[in-house]
Design a binder for this molecule. Sequence first.
Ligand code: ADP
Ligand code: TYD
Length: 208
Amino acid sequence: MIISFEGIDGSGKSTQAKLLLEKLQGEGRSVLYVREPGGTDVSERIRNLLLDPDVELDPFTEMLLFSAARSELVRTRIRDVQASGGIVICDRFFDSTVAYQGGGRQLADPLWLNDFQRSVTGGIVPDRTYLVRVELATARERLEMRFGEEEAEDRMEKAGGAFFERVIATYDRLADAEPDRFLVLDGARSINDLQRQITDDMKRLLAR
Ligand code: ADP
Ligand code: TYD
């Protein structure tokens, strides 16, 4: 079973992904936790390139690198865990590329990008995607708490508010288009509230 967490930077998705990991491990389940981009030696090297502020990347190249990191991760790790009946928790998966590169950067038609991602993963689609939805101002406040005001401003301002509004809108469209896969969570709620909602939903999924 593949579970992915999505949302803008500072939405609180990694907090929830890690809490779910602890909960499932506590139940004695075998779980692979991966964060994107990354999760394999090659993918971590691609991550360093993608997140290096000194490297200027053409937007299409950037999209292909995010996709290459994902292809490597799926084909060398995720597929095997899925085949043996384990659980994979992905802190971001291909919806991030559709929302950030398609919606945010507007580099390609999000519909085409969405189809392309099915080829990148060899047809693997998460069984459940938790979309942690927050307003931009909330995400910014949270990043300020985590990184300090200057770095948070840097991260958000480099891309700009309009960029993140487009990312949010694209995530919303993806969730509307696949209501059976997405569970949209109100990220303004407390960490405990959100965790409870996710745990309840996971119980239902695992009982299916
Ligand atoms: P993301 O992975 O989406 O970038 P994180 O999970 O790292 O976000 O959370 C960003 C910051 O916000 C962290 O300092 C975290 O403790 C805090 N945070 C996460 N979820 C909540 C929440 N529901 N309410 C308040 N603060 C939160
Ligand atoms: P990271 O430090 O992991 O941020 P976060 O804690 O918010 O997940 O950085 C990942 C950044 O890369 C984040 O800004 C989202 C972006 N990203 C894309 O633009 N496209 C993608 O396909 C993925 C996976 C991430």
